[in-house]
Design a protein around this ligand. Structure first.
Ligand code: F6P
Length: 550
């Protein structure tokens, strides 16, 4: 059954814009990136965009200016401008959960105002930031001390999904700005190895746990939080005041209190912040402890700058919109199954993992807002690794494999660690890879280089493989904020075109329910109840029990 919402646009293929793109794809399908450059010397300058400190070169795409115009027409037909307005003004565009989607309010400047349901959400955001800042200063200034009076030297964030990936990605990205006399660890997996390894060399007297969970009911996080409390008690003695070693970040004050954390040690946020859009809320507390409140505010300013670009720039010059639309183009008309993100910066080692949740939990959907089936392929599989490491593993497939994999290259002009000529070498590699993907190497060129005939077919590089290059000046909190907001808005653009709700995640629920049913069967002392479980799963569960001596 379908239910209508104000934002429904029906099946995307039914509209004239998709049909026009399909016809255009047939026309330009045979064109090569080489050919497009040869035919148009001004292509790079016209297809380069500056947005919030991001210099983006979109010219190495299998797209002409007409392609971009047709894609923009598609975005208009699907109602993207209205949806951007609806989102930033607090309309309940997350229709299946009846929630606003207001992560842009998390970085609105102090003094701005946005009243939703009678509350000024920007005022609340800044009140929360002020509390976080005061706390961070106390910990960083050795005023907040552990139960034995020792200052905090280790911070462990316990969370999973959006309550982990944002904190760990951003900490790793900005650790050059962090307090180097403190350690920061991130525990997410319910596998006991994660917390065991994160704590094995820590001194409980100097350790602060941040339990980060929007719901405060997530199995992995609550299990790790209980284990952390036992670890503290066994290290500090049963009478220790463990409250000095725990704070919570959550929207669920009731569960936080039930766990035993004083609401005064809880940093709240709001149901209108989705988990994967939350790293700039109180969920970023561990990052703020690492880089300080001023650094965190610089991060928020970077997010806000990209939000402003999204809101105030025409679609045909709007970076997140064009990047999102190019993704739709390759997914819809070139059969691209995956999209690779290649940061040429070791500090961005967790950025691809962060983007995996952002993109795939948002747009890995097959049902439209109105409940009808989507009629085109939705989210690509996103993946990636920092360069240059990837060059020595999977780049072979990018260059000569049978799959078309659009790529995003990301790098910073200024090195954080200016060691010898490492940085120039790094940048020569990123530029080389994007060039070679686009241009390849023909048999004639190889022949002219003296490559023997029997190797020609093996050495031909087909080229014509599209990429976006994003260059930023320096890896600052501001730059990171702009980059993350850029991809948030890529996701919004794609979700609107495909017609899905990018802000729910119903597909993750059933697995949680099933694990909840299987756990007692794995742990039962007597005959396990495996009724309702398929034969394969039941057999594996029984074998597991036998191996565990149960
Ligand atoms: O299971 C998926 C999910 O709900 C994500 O969307 C979320 O980021 C993660 O779990 C963690 O949820 P919470 O912050 O409520 O613990």
């Amino acid at each position: 059954m379908t239910t209508s919402t104000p934002w429904d646009r029906g099946p995307v293929t039914a509209g004239p814009a998709w049909q026009a793109l399909a016809a255009h794809a047939r026309e330009v399908g045979g064109e090569t990136i080489r050919g497009l450059f040869a035919a148009d010397h001004g292509r790079t300058s016209r297809m380069t965009i500056e947005a919030a400190g991001v210099h983006a070169d979109l010219s190495k795409h299998r797209a002409t200016e007409r392609t971009l115009r047709l894609l923009v027409a598609l975005a208009e037909e699907r109602g993207l401008p209205d949806r951007i307005d609806a989102m930033v003004s607090g309309a309940r565009i997350n229709t299946t959960e009846n929630r606003s989607v207001l992560h842009t309010a998390l970085r609105a400047p102090r003094g701005a105002s946005l009243v939703v349901d009678g509350e000024d959400v920007v005022e609340e955001v800044h009140a929360s930031l002020d509390r976080m800042s005061a706390f961070a200063e106390r910990v960083r200034g050795d005023e907040w001390r552990g139960s034995t009076g020792r200052p905090i030297r280790a911070v462990v964030n316990i969370g999973i999904g959006g309550s982990d990936l944002g904190p760990v990605m951003s900490y790793r990205a900005l650790r050059h700005l962090s307090r180097r006399d403190m350690v920061f660890r991130f525990v997410s997996n319910v596998d006991g190895t994660d917390i065991a390894e994160a704590t094995f060399d820590l001194d409980p007297a100097e350790t602060l746990f941040i339990v980060s969970s929007k719901t405060f009911t997530t199995q992995e996080t609550m299990t790790n939080a209980h284990t952390a409390r036992s670890w503290l008690r066994s290290g500090l003695g049963p009478d220790a005041d463990v409250a000095k070693h725990f704070v919570a970040v959550s929207t669920n004050a009731v569960e936080v209190e039930a766990f035993g954390i004083d609401p005064a040690a809880m940093f709240g946020f709001w149901e209108w912040v989705g988990g994967r859009y939350s790293m700039d809320s109180a969920i970023g507390l561990s990052l703020m402890l690492a880089i300080g409140p001023a650094g965190f505010r610089d991060l928020l300013a970077g997010f806000h700058a990209m939000d402003e670009h999204l809101r105030r720039t025409d679609l045909d010059a709007n970076l997140p919109v064009l990047m999102g639309l190019l993704g739709v183009w390759y997914r819809g008309f070139f059969g691209a199954q995956t999209h690779v993100v290649l940061p040429y910066d070791q500090y961005l080692e967790r950025f691809p993992a962060y983007l995996q949740q952002l993109t795939m939990e948002s747009n890995g959907k097959s049902v439209r807002l109105d409940g009808g089936p989507v009629d085109v392929d939705t989210s690509a599989v996103w993946w990636g690794e920092p360069g240059t490491n990837g060059q020595h593993s999977f780049f072979q497939l990018l260059h000569q494999g049978t799959a078309l994999v659009p790529a995003d290259f990301i790098f910073f002009a200024q090195p954080v660690n200016d060691v010898g000529d490492h940085h120039d070498k790094l940048i020569s590699n990123v530029l080389a890879q994007a060039h070679v993907l686009a241009y390849g190497r023909t048999a004639d060129e190889l022949r002219a280089e003296g490559v023997p005939e029997h190797l020609l077919a093996h050495k031909v590089m087909p080229g014509n493989r599209p990429s976006t290059t994003l260059m930023l000046d320096r890896l600052t909190p501001h730059a990171l904020g702009s980059l993350v907001a850029l991809y948030e808005h890529v996701v919004l653009t794609q979700g609107v075109v495909w017609g899905v709700n990018s802000f729910d995640q119903w597909g993750v629920e059933l697995g949680k329910v099933m694990a909840g049913r299987l756990l007692p069967a794995l742990q039962a002392d007597d005959v396990p109840d495996l009724s309702g479980v398929d034969a394969s799963t039941a057999s594996l569960a029984l074998r597991y029990r036998a191996l565990r001596g149960r």
